[in-house]
Design a protein around this ligand. Structure first.
Ligand code: NAI
Length: 408
């Protein structure tokens, strides 16, 4: 909602990048991107899946893709929880996730599906209570799946009020390698400092499984989980190249904690509801969260180059729709020895990784544009914010007054 009472002008909205953070989003570009993702799902097949879904982190990338796949692939009614902001001034014209929530709901309602958005802190007790009350009183049935797709820099512990910050650091040794500055379209040497024990523990507190388990337990105690209920959290393992700053670093520790949590919840869910808890190890994709992971943009740009050449490049909607249709609700589940589901197997194919490593080893500030698909990484990043979407008139002035009355 706007904090300003002034009449808002009509403005042309242009991309604004500060390093790898987007400071502007185009509402109608986001609308067009939602429609493109829905069209992708419709073209790529329906599946027998859940009828009632709760998605935490539903407003962008993997969470949004999950919501679109479940709604338009399986005709699921959905509840989405996210942390987003609408128009607050002529310069602050709302986050991409704000517009995604609005336009997803509009499209779902046209298809006669319920799409309820909750905006606020998913880590809080208040949000859990509100969602539970909504399921009990208005949603029209218990939930069949909880998708946990939050990526957050901080978490307030609901019991103590203490604030924890997550960080993306290595463990043990410092790591030094090239990363990409999307704003300047340059690569630079980035240093990843080793984390302290406290930083590791704090990252686990934010990005580990504690809040996921709180959600599942509270939903279960409230009696709003259906027979056969499933829950899934998205993890990343990646190849050896990304290990020092990802799976072997602070985020990796948090994901290990989430996996332990999943094993525990799986037993309970099997016993009580004939359900399951799974870890879906997902591929590296361009998102608000991944663009600020140190060093990852160079790896991802090299990966895209090779995956495109091999015809297996995927955006979040492609990856998640395949995951739900073929694996979670299909007959082509790929498990690893730890029992994780592995749709990331395309990324990790030996031939693909051999070529990616060859590229990453050769990258310099002079040749990275030729060697990698940094153009695709950049384009996908802009598209997350509603820019560079075919058919959108970016010269046209957007009527902010008209837009500010739209609510999620
Ligand atoms: P994203 O930044 O695009 O989305 C994060 C979502 O969480 C947004 O909907 C945001 O509004 C919501 N959110 C953040 N803090 C919140 C809060 N306190 N309360 C309510 N909502 C909140 O992130 P992305 O990349 O889609 O990540 C989702 C999950 O997928 C993460 O767990 C990430 O580790 C995992 N993953 C991501 C990969 C990637 O390459 N991007 C690869 C493999 C796993």
């Amino acid at each position: 909602m706007t904090t300003t009472e002034q009449t808002l002008p009509k403005v042309a909205i242009r991309p604004v990048l500060k390093g790898n953070i987007a400071r502007a989003a185009h509402p109608y570009g986001c609308e067009a991107a939602i429609k493109e993702q829905i069209a992708y799902v419709k073209e790529n097949g329906k599946f027998e899946g859940p009828k009632k879904a709760l998605i935490l982190g539903a407003s962008s990338s993997y969470g949004l893709a999950s919501r679109i796949s479940l709604a338009f692939g399986a005709d699921a009614d959905t509840i989405g929880v996210s942390f987003e902001r609408g128009i607050t001034s002529p310069e602050q014209t709302g986050t991409a996730g704000w517009w995604n929530n609005i336009f997803f709901r509009q499209e779902a309602e046209k298809a006669e599906l319920t799409a309820k958005n909750f905006i606020g802190d998913a880590f809080s007790k208040k949000m859990k209570d509100e969602v539970i009350q909504y399921i009990k009183n208005e949603f029209g049935g218990k939930i069949d799946i909880l998708v946990y797709s939050l990526a957050s820099p901080k978490r307030i512990d609901p019991k103590t009020g203490d604030v924890y910050s997550s960080c993306i650091k290595s463990i043990g040794d410092e790591v030094k390698d090239y990363s990409i500055n999307l704003e300047k379209q340059e690569i630079f040497e980035q240093v990843v400092e080793p984390a302290t024990e406290q930083e590791i523990a704090d990252t686990v507190k934010v990005m580990g499984g504690e809040d996921w388990e709180l959600w599942v337990n509270e939903l279960m105690e409230a009696g709003v989980l259906a027979e056969g209920f499933k829950t899934v959290l998205y993890s990343y393992l990646g190849p050896e190249i990304t290990r020092p700053f990802y799976s072997g670093g602070t985020l990796g520790r948090a994901k290990e904690h989430a996996a332990e949590t999943s094993n525990r919840m799986d037993k309970v869910l099997k016993e009580k509801l004939g359900g399951e808890s799974v870890i879906c190890v997902s591929k590296a994709v361009t998102t608000k969260a991944s663009a600020v992971i140190p060093i990852l943009p160079v790896y991802a740009s090299a990966l895209y180059k090779v995956m495109i050449e091999n015809g297996v490049h995927e955006t979040p909607i492609m990856h998640k729709h395949r995951f739900f249709m073929d694996m979670l609700y299909g007959s082509k589940r790929e498990y690893d020895e730890k029992g994780y589901l592995r749709p990331d197997s395309w990324e990790l194919r030996e031939d693909i990784q051999a070529k990616v490593k060859e590229i990453v080893d050769q990258v310099t500030p002079e040749n990275f544009r030729d060697l990698t698909a940094v153009n695709i990484f950049t384009k996908e990043f802009l598209q997350l914010n509603g820019f560079e979407i075919a058919g959108v008139d970016y010269e046209a002035e957007v009527d902010l007054e008209e837009l500010r009355v739209l609510l999620p």
